[in-house]
Write a protein that binds this ligand. Sequence first.
Ligand code: FAD
Length: 270
Amino acid sequence: MDLNTITRFRRPRSRGDLVLAPGETLLAGGTWLFSEPQPETSGLVDLTALGWTPLKVSDAGLRIAATCTIAELLALPQQPGWTAQPFFRACADALLMSFKIWGLATVGGNICRSFAAGSMTTLAATLDAEAEIWCPDGTDRREPVAGLITGNGTNTLAPGEVLRAIEIPHRTLVATTALRKIALAKLGRSGAVLTGRLDPDGSALFVITAATLRPVLLRYPELPDAATLRADVADAPDYYTDPLGAADWRRQVSQVLMDEVRVELAGGAR
Ligand SMILES: Cc1cc2nc3c(=O)[nH]c(=O)nc-3n(C[C@H](O)[C@H](O)[C@H](O)COP(=O)(O)OP(=O)(O)OC[C@H]3O[C@@H](n4cnc5c(N)ncnc54)[C@H](O)[C@@H]3O)c2cc1C
């Protein structure tokens, strides 16, 4: 939609240009910003003008620039040994109307919008990704992406802070992953997304997103049995009610689907 409050548009050339004037907002892919009125916003600062390299593969893992589009992430050729790479696609598929917004929506924009159903948050939380954040005073700070999200649409970013990149460590890229999702409507936004990761050392992580206001991470030294996981998922905090699902429905389906994730990680063994 047209944003008729916008009177200024800036294309930054350097980090110094990212200091925001009153009324200015950072623009990434614009798929959310242009989807509803922004009455508080009078200027846009286009992060994509900085030309950040979308993806950097190294021995340490994968560095994803905040401005990397979801389409660019999915186009990364399969890396040797990265058993978790198909999980990128599984997460991207959890985004409503995926095929329409993959080409524009950025990984950073999805995380910074911080919706409970943000599928790049699901990806980052499940793979223990860390956020590199540029602060307006010129310093940097780092934080696990899972901890960055504080609620459905809220995060720890202070005014003027910019998500520069997220980094996925190599150790989780060589893990085994699984995902289940459910929505009330066939093509609707996810009401619950359940993911899991089994590391080569046998430890396991299970993550609830979309069903809870913020990511819930459940870690175990080894794959838990069905009853333990079910109880922990049932006890998880922050299940919520909105038009995409009731809290008790979300709690219930999360228990069922997380067990499917557990079984898949176990190689099908109950
Ligand atoms: C049809 C449709 C379906 C959608 N489905 C979903 C869905 O299923 N799940 C979901 O979570 N969202 C959904 N969205 C919302 C939104 O499009 C996505 O969250 C998208 O990934 C946002 O990315 P973007 O790059 O377009 O961000 P933008 O719209 O450009 O920005 C989003 C917000 O993040 C801020 N921002 C962007 N980048 C940075 C950065 N690097 N540092 C700091 N702040 C930043 C912007 O200032 C803005 O407030 C949907 C939108 C549409 C139109």
